[in-house]
Design a protein around this ligand. Structure first.
Ligand code: SDX
Length: 430
């Protein structure tokens, strides 16, 4: 039993005490929920640099050690010993499945891989060259128009079937956004294939011939999905939680998470990183871009580098680099120009005092673009794959929030810096 500790806070000579709470791992928190009531002042923390928004038992990150645990299991062990369906079960249910649970979980998910035939009509409203994330936000949000019978978030059965539907349909919908952009027919899911093999079938298969997924590439994609599955209270997960705190249905909440993930500072970084590598073009130009990244007057940032939490190497980046190398080897592309350029860029940056002093290391997005490009996934689809993977994390976090007895609608306050009270003058006198 941890002893009760308090933090004292004095404002204008008035000292108040706030309880300090400890978790199983990581920093303690000062419970400041009574701050405004006791002091009349708000805390101020734009970007939530020092704010814990919730209690959670799903994912733990130690940014200084470069450690990532899903329900206590190190990402390095999960990425090697499990497949994405096992990790989905783990994140949602808290334990790894046994054989029977795994078989039942796969059966449930495979029972929902198709989308309503009318959903395909939504695609016709988009330009063929629309960004896949724009289509994804729209189509996933539209799912709530098809499942009126299971939108009661207080009904555990509704919550479960919505979770299964989202896990099962995201690969189908993401693949559809790609097929639509190509002018190719949508491919129906094949339930005889594994989750990742089925996704590759829907992405790269055509009705003209049987698609035979390459097991090495399927395993690589499955690992990419595992590495992106959840990541504590990142921006898009916080968006899903905030949306869910109002009682919005899970499809709408996931659509909000997709919208947030799209940003280049977040999930859009893998697409931005590949574009950056293409723009750098040659190792001889790396120094020029490192210089720009350090220039305060230049908004350029090294895409795929830096992280709010990791002040050491992102463990996912290491695993992604290994996966990248395996895929390039399998495809005979080990001399891939971009991969060599990325490794040289990483070597130079990690030796540069600016990056060392600011503890900027490669993050999950640095190598993911290169390996996805090698898998034949077009650059614009990278963030869609990230959204596909992160759907289980968003769902697990949304479930946890809904089940939290302390949860309330999220409603932050502000430091007001606008005009003080004044009266409206008639227009003739303005
Ligand atoms: C993801 O939160 C998550 O967990 C996200 C994620 C997940 O799985 O959900 O891990 C996925 O979003 C990974 C991050 C992908 N984004 C990028 O690779 C874009 C490039 N990175 C930067 O935009 C930045 O590092 C962030 C957004 C990732 C983090 O920004 P912070 O925490 O707000 O840090 P900061 O911008 O305040 O940077 C601190 C300093 C600044 O310099 P000073 O003002 O202190 O002088 O480091 C500098 C920044 O200018 N800096 C960089 C840099 N990243 C930070 N300088 C050059 N290049 C960079 N990439």
């Amino acid at each position: 039993m941890t002893t009760q500790r308090n933090a004292s806070f004095t404002l204008d000579g008035n000292t108040v005490e706030f309880p300090v709470m400890g978790g199983t791992l990581g920093p303690d928190v000062v419970d400041i929920r009574a701050m405004y009531g006791k002091t009349g002042a708000f805390t101020f923390d734009p970007g939530f640099m020092s704010t814990a928004s919730c209690k959670s038992s799903i994912t733990y990150i130690d940014g200084d050690k470069g450690e990532l645990l899903y329900r206590g299991y190190p990402i390095e062990q999960l990425a090697v010993n499990c497949d994405f369906m096992e990790v989905c079960y783990l994140l949602k249910n808290g334990e790894l499945p046994n054989q029977d649970q795994y078989a039942e979980w796969n059966r449930k998910v495979k029972n929902h891989t198709m989308v309503h035939e009318q959903l395909t009509r939504f695609f016709q409203g988009f330009r063929r060259d629309a960004h896949p994330m724009a289509v994804l936000v729209g189509v996933v949000g539209a799912l709530s128009a098809f499942y009126h019978d299971s939108l009661d978030i207080n009904n555990p059965e509704h919550r479960l079937v919505a979770a299964i539907r989202l896990i099962a349909k995201m690969p189908t919908i993401v693949a559809m956004t790609y097929k639509y952009s190509m002018g190719q027919p949508f491919m129906y899911p094949r339930n005889d294939l594994s989750y990742s093999a089925n996704f590759m079938h829907m992405m790269f298969g055509t009705p003209c011939e049987e698609y035979k997924p390459n097991p090495v590439l399927v395993r690589a994609l499955d690992r990419i999905l595992i590495l992106h599955a959840d990541h504590e209270q990142n921006a898009s997960t916080s968006t899903v939680r905030l949306s869910g705190s109002s009682g919005a249905n899970p499809f709408a909440c996931i659509a909000a998470g997709i919208a947030c993930l799209w940003g280049p500072a977040h999930g859009g970084a893998n697409e931005a990183c590949l574009k950056m590598l293409e723009e750098i073009g040659d190792v001889s130009r790396v120094g020029e871009y490192i210089k720009r990244a350090k220039d305060k007057n230049d908004s350029f940032k090294l895409m795929g580098f830096g992280h709010r939490v990791y002040k050491n190497y992102d463990p996912r980046a290491k695993l992604m680099r290994e996966t990248c190398y395996e895929v390039l080897q399998e495809l005979g592309l080990q001399n891939d120009r971009l991969f060599k350029l990325a490794m040289e860029l990483e070597r130079i940056a990690l030796e540069d005092e600016y990056f060392v002093e600011k503890k900027l290391y490669p993050n999950v997005d640095f190598y993911s673009g290169i390996v996805q490009k090698a898998l034949g996934i077009p650059t614009q689809m990278f963030t869609g794959i990230f959204a596909l993977a992160r759907t289980i994390g968003w769902i697990a976090q949304w479930h946890e929030m809904i089940g939290d007895p302390e949860q309330k609608i999220g409603r932050p306050r502000q430091l007001y810096t606008g005009a003080t009270h004044r009266d409206v003058a008639p227009m003739a006198k303005r």
